[in-house]
Design a protein around this ligand. Structure first.
Ligand SMILES: Cc1cc2nc3c(=O)[nH]c(=O)nc-3n(C[C@H](O)[C@H](O)[C@H](O)COP(=O)(O)O)c2cc1C
Length: 177
């Protein structure tokens, strides 16, 4: 039987050692990521690798500030507390040696263009776009990245929590689509 340990050994890790991750290992993880299946092979991904501890922690500060602001919107204290309980899960990359921010490009669907040309209703267009193929492709790539990291001996955590701060993060890291 083939060994599938890299599948079963992957677990979300939320505390990181202060070690340098070898650049060649990061490249191996990225290479694994971009070998993922991709809708219509459009490879709608961008990976931004951040190894600057100060920058990583600034991003964690932004996520913290915005998350507290969102939690303050809760009318009931119980709800606010529930929101605040999530904070550590959205900022656990603080002090990690590497943060990889993953962006999606626009996924082009020729069917959408044709249907719009033929006055299809918004309901039909919405149905077509419902699977959010770009996000699915990104998810496949991230999973490949995580599995490669596991096999190379690194701990990782897949995170979407911080995306409520995407605009500020984009500005901070100067990401241009
Ligand atoms: C799409 C996605 C988003 C996630 N977002 C977060 C997150 O923001 N913060 C976090 O701590 N974990 C996040 N996780 C990790 C899950 O909590 C974790 O995978 C799940 O609890 C199962 O644990 P395991 O990964 O150790 O098997 C996310 C996982 C996925 C697939």
């Amino acid at each position: 039987m083939k060994n599938l340990d890299f599948i079963y050994n992957r677990k979300s890790i939320r505390k990181f050692k202060d070690i340098e991750v070898q650049e060649e290992d990061i490249i191996k993880m990225l290479d694994a990521a971009i070998h993922a299946p991709s809708p219509k092979n459009q490879q709608t991904w961008h990976f931004v690798v951040i190894q600057n501890n100060e920058l990583i922690n600034k991003i964690a500060d932004i996520v913290t500030k915005n998350h507290i602001n969102l939690a303050e919107m809760a009318k009931e204290e119980k709800q606010r507390k529930l929101m605040m309980n999530l904070l550590s899960y959205y900022t656990c990359f603080r002090n990690a040696p590497v943060l990889v921010v993953v962006y999606s490009k626009e996924y082009y669907m020729v069917e959408e263009t044709i249907l719009r040309d033929n006055n299809a209703s918004q309901d039909i267009i919405n149905e077509l776009k419902f699977p959010n193929s770009a996000a699915q492709g990104i998810g496949a790539a991230i999973e490949n990245f995580l599995l490669a990291a596991t096999e190379l001996g690194y701990g990782t955590c897949y995170m979407t929590g911080p995306t409520h701060s995407k605009i500020e993060i984009e500005e901070l890291i100067n990401f241009i689509k």
